[in-house]
Write a protein that binds this ligand. Structure first.
Ligand code: AMP
Length: 540
């Protein structure tokens, strides 16, 4: 017997129409280069409707990729809805990547148009000649005075010239693409993750749950996590569904900027990577943050000291774990009844575990050698594998034959964890050869290749080492040709033209040999153990 319920697509038009119908009076505030702009959901919705028509007039194809190169702003939120609600695919480009990666990504995704904040033109304009498929660049005036190319289209003029679409947005196939994001590959090119309407809507719904982020209509939400990082962890959609007021920090990501917005707008829920909150920590006492109920923090492990310092300041951190491939929220370290029996110390530890999977996400922790599921003893570690309706099934046009997916359809995360008897995971290591600095990836392998291109270097291994501000920074372990001498400064000079400035290793350790595994690969684990507790020079 079949269920006799209506079969309506789980698609983003619902988010738009719900917000427009029920929450038109709610405010959306955006910090700009020189101040703040306030609007309402009702005004925003009219602009989304105009943008929908404008995308047609620009000739963006039915499932064309709509690139964005933007800060967290209300205009970005217009694109977040207008692109997918008209069947196009929102493609948020990461403004912080290397130019070569940005060009690769926009070409691989075949972006048809790109919307760029004016203050980001100095980064975007040099890429433009290499973008093979981009037909139009639309510039959003965010108050900066950066020069605008002659052939760029002005966003406000574009909207002013477009009639608001006057119907109801319809997406028939809930499995059609809504948005895409690229994630760093360890060695090869970045890989595209394509979210469907269904996955995005289900993920937003679950983040609303009490043991998720627990967003409600009464909340004032400020996503500090960039809208080009896994759709700002899905929060813009979740906020619209809940009817929360929203504050966008725009380009204003300094600790003072962020704290000033939290105070001024009585923000109740915010979200960002640990580096943002580490930077703000010394200034917490100068601001009235009494409205803040919780700060969602993830993207890298939250240090216990950070978690405790915020808790003491009355601004509790809620730790969550996920990936671009998991939309991203997969676990949340929400408080659990069994924590009540723990002493203070153990409770503090529990808060910085990655937590239990949220509903509809299944995790298993698998022994990397024997292949079986590890016991839930919180000692034996293995790789976390994930399955669920918002976990990637494959990458977009992937030529690398990614080994990230198991034969039975689970996603291999590359994160190594233990699991306790409650199914609560604790990440202890990572198999992917990457360093995560301030929430952005550095490829150890690419950095090693650049180091090993120095004629005096025999071999080199790069590992991520704990850093006070950036959570992790690269340490280069370098073996020099016998009889030769090489200084850290000489190596740095060699690397400067080869890699982005923020990729440069913070320190170089000269060693006799890179330790190897039984099959002759660099044993990063041995190096990580050797340099555990490493102190970077004070200037880094
Ligand atoms: P991305 O795809 O850039 O969001 O990066 C996802 C990766 O960041 C994960 O696979 C982890 O290695 C790391 N990560 C994200 N959140 C956490 C967390 N809460 N604790 C530890 N590592 C994390």
């Amino acid at each position: 017997m079949r269920g006799l319920m209506q079969d309506r697509p789980l698609a983003l038009p619902h988010v738009f129409h719900r917000a427009e119908q029920l929450f038109g009076h709610k405010p959306i505030v955006t910090a700009t280069v020189d101040g703040e702009v306030a609007t309402t959901v009702a005004e925003w919705a009219v602009r989304v409707r105009r943008l929908a028509t404008a995308l047609d007039s620009l000739g963006v194809p039915a499932d064309g990729r709509v690139g964005t190169f933007m800060w967290n702003t209300a205009s970005h939120l217009e694109l977040y809805l207008a692109a997918p609600c008209t069947g196009r695919v929102l493609h948020t480009l990461n403004i912080r990547l290397f130019p070569e990666q940005q060009v690769y990504i926009a070409n691989h995704a075949e972006d048809d148009v790109v919307f760029v904040d004016r203050s980001l033109l100095p980064v975007f304009t040099p890429l433009r000649p290499q973008l093979r498929t981009v037909r139009h660049v639309i510039v959003i005036d965010d108050g900066s005075d950066c020069p605008v190319p002659d052939d760029a289209i002005d966003y406000d003029a574009l909207l002013a010239g477009a009639e608001p679409f006057d119907g109801r947005f319809e997406i028939d196939d809930e499995n059609s693409a809504a948005a895409m994001c690229y994630t760093s590959g360890t060695t090869g090119n970045p890989r595209g993750v394509v979210y469907s309407h269904r996955s995005t809507l289900l993920h937003s719904l679950i983040t609303l749950a009490a043991d998720g982020l627990g967003l409600s209509e009464r909340d004032v939400l400020m996503p500090v996590v960039p809208m080009f990082h896994v759709n700002a962890w899905g929060l813009p959609y979740a906020g619209l569904l809940a009817g929360s007021s929203v504050v966008f920090p725009g380009p204003n990501m300094t600790p003072k900027g962020v704290l000033g917005l939290l105070e001024r707008h009585r923000v109740t829920v915010s979200a960002g990577v640990p580096t943002i909150w580490l930077g703000a920590l010394p200034l917490l006492k100068d601001y009235d943050l009494s409205a803040v109920k919780r700060i969602l923090c993830g993207g890298s492990a939250v240090p216990r000291s950070l978690s405790e310092a915020y808790r003491t300041a009355g601004v509790p951190i809620l730790h969550a774990w996920g990936m671009t491939e998991t939309s991203p929220v997969a676990t949340v370290a929400s408080s659990r009844t069994w924590y009540d029996a723990l002493d203070d110390d153990a409770q503090a530890d529990a808060r910085v575990r990655q937590g239990q999977p949220i509903p509809l996400v299944e995790l298993r922790v698998v022994d990397p050698v024997a292949g079986g599921i590890v016991p839930s003893d919180d000692e034996t570690s293995g790789e976390i594998q994930a399955a669920g309706p918002w976990i990637a099934a494959q990458y977009f046009r992937d030529e690398s034959g990614a080994t990230q997916f198991t034969d039975d359809g689970w996603f291999r995360t590359g994160d190594v964890a233990t699991v306790d008897r409650y199914g609560c995971v604790k990440i202890v290591d990572r198999t992917k050869d990457l360093v995560k600095s301030g929430g952005e990836w550095i490829s150890s392998v690419q950095l090693e290749n650049a180091i090993m291109s120095h004629p005096k270097v025999v071999e080199a291994a790069v590992i991520g080492v704990h850093h006070e501000r950036w959570v992790e920074r690269p340490l280069a372990c370098v073996v020099v040709e016998p009889g030769e001498t090489l200084t850290a400064a000489e190596l740095r000079a060699h690397l400067e033209p080869l890699v982005a400035r923020w990729w440069l290793p913070d320190a170089v350790e000269f060693i006799d040999e890179v330790p190897k595994t039984s099959v002759g690969k660099f044993s990063k684990r041995t190096l990580r153990e050797k340099f555990a507790g490493y102190e970077f020079p004070a200037t880094s």
